[in-house]
Design a protein around this ligand. Structure first.
Ligand code: FES
Length: 161
């Protein structure tokens, strides 16, 4: 009779080990996708899109132009095409500055003032130089810039830096 009690005990231990093993497998199956979601960088950041805006040589020096273009934005598995705007300026040294269209105070759209030769935000009268530097507040920081690349005279805009 003692050997039967031993075999019951062994069987019980075996079932408990199987149950724990199954819980471990289920836990790993749930933790793996959660870890991938939490610790790997989003796909959107990996696939930064560069959009061709036009020929650099057609940009006048020192006179910003508002460029409107379409770009794809990834939101999870969805890819959306959306309208975007940049104020693009060719500087006297040949470099190009592309500014995001929102004022850094509260996000209003600003415009280039031909007479004053700077950007003016109509909401609270912030002023910015052609390269986005704050000339008058309340804007707390310079205008945001798009990343810029020039490839065989073609101007490409990347994400806002
Ligand atoms: S939003 Fe431009 S100054 Fe306030």
């Amino acid at each position: 009779m003692d050997w039967m009690a031993d075999s019951d005990l062994e069987r019980r231990r075996f079932y408990i080990a199987v149950i724990y093993g199954l819980w471990a497998v289920i836990g790993a199956a749930l933790a793996l996708p959660a870890s991938v979601y939490l610790f790997l960088p989003p796909a959107a950041r990996k696939n930064e899109e560069w959009v061709e805006i036009g020929d650099v040589s057609t940009l006048p020096v020192g006179a910003p132009e508002e460029k409107i273009f379409r770009r794809n934005r990834k939101d999870g598995w969805k890819i959306m095409s959306e309208k975007a705007t940049a104020w693009v300026s060719r500087m006297p040294d040949g470099s190009v500055v592309a500014l995001a269209p929102q004022c850094t105070h509260l996000g209003c759209a600003y415009h280039w003032d031909e007479q004053k030769q700077n950007f003016i935000c109509p909401c609270h009268t912030s002023a910015f130089s052609i390269d986005g530097t704050v000339l008058a507040g309340p804007a707390p920081r310079p205008l945001d810039r798009y990343q810029v690349r020039i490839q065989s005279n073609k101007l490409l805009l990347g994400p806002v830096a």
